[in-house]
Design a protein around this ligand. Structure first.
Ligand code: BTN
Length: 266
């Protein structure tokens, strides 16, 4: 397998727009999972803002214990170590704010509408272009670190995705029919994430709710979710101030989801 020089640390450093994220970079030609490695590094004290990035993952982690598929040399696969000075309740809203930031960066880069499916799927034309998986550790109710793992399908062509995910997946290349420079895109994504993180620190998630709802493709749609072993259906009415998904059920009761997987009904 050839080495993709475009993602080497010197190239990444030359494109950085912020001051904190990716000041320390671990680049791997191949790794099982950048999240797995970032968690290990965070446990051994690695600093806030450290970037772990790979050209290829052999066992990329997805949400709900799924695997994240990514052919070598085509994607952006990275994890950021964050050390937020806040409670573990920050993990969901920080991740939501990051999804919004990536959606906005991609919208500009692709000149195409980009939407969100709560909590962190970034979609174009209803197909997933980016997935985010946050993993955290806390001590006595205080969050010690959060690892935010981000996978963006950049130059992947449709035939490179396995047949079972093809219908739900897309890439920057598929959207614009042009190859994209991964390092340039990474610089923009990291710049957006750093300013989002700073703003989150000043304002909390409240300031992001409206923009997130504007991109929420399931807003005013009926969704199915499982809670306490029971399958329920309800209408998505928006987000709570702490990032929960607010659902109105047919009996007019209101539930707020934080962890549950949802699917669009019908
Ligand atoms: C999802 O299921 O939507 C989340 C996918 C997250 C994938 C990224 S790729 C980089 C980082 N390392 C991992 O093992 N997973 C995340």
């Amino acid at each position: 397998m050839s080495h993709s020089a475009d993602l080497l640390p010197e190239a990444i450093r030359s494109r950085l727009e912020g001051e904190v994220f990716a000041r320390r970079i671990y680049y791997l030609h191949a790794v099982d999972s950048t999240n797995r490695l970032a968690v290990e590094l965070a446990k051994s004290g690695e600093a806030h803002g450290t970037l772990v990035i790979a050209d290829h993952q052999t066992k990329g982690r997805g949400r709900y214990d799924r695997q994240w598929e990514s052919p070598a040399g085509r994607s952006l696969l990275f994890s950021l170590i964050l050390r937020p000075d806040a409670s573990p309740g920050t993990v969901l809203p920080v991740t939501l704010a990051f999804s919004l930031s990536i959606a906005e960066t991609l919208e500009t880069a692709l000149a195409h509408e980009v939407e969100l499916k709560w909590p962190n799927d970034v979609l174009v034309g209803g197909r997933k272009i980016c997935g985010i998986l946050s993993e955290s550790s806390s001590k006595i109710g205080r969050s010690v670190f959060v690892v935010v793992g981000i996978g963006i399908n950049v130059n992947t062509t449709m035939d490179e995705f396995s047949p079972d995910i093809r219908a739900q997946t897309t890439s920057c290349y598929e959207v614009t029919q042009d190859a994209h420079n991964r390092t340039d895109l990474l610089g923009k994504v990291l710049g957006g994430l750093e300013s989002t993180y700073d703003r989150f620190g000043r304002e909390g998630f409240e300031g992001f709710v409206e923009s997130y709802e504007d991109k929420l493709m399931i807003l005013n749609k009926t969704v199915t979710f499982r809670r306490g072993g029971t399958l329920s259906v309800g209408l998505v009415t928006g987000l709570s101030k702490d990032g929960g998904l607010v659902i109105k059920k047919s009996d007019d009761t209101r539930v707020v989801l934080y962890d549950e997987e949802i699917t669009l009904s019908g």
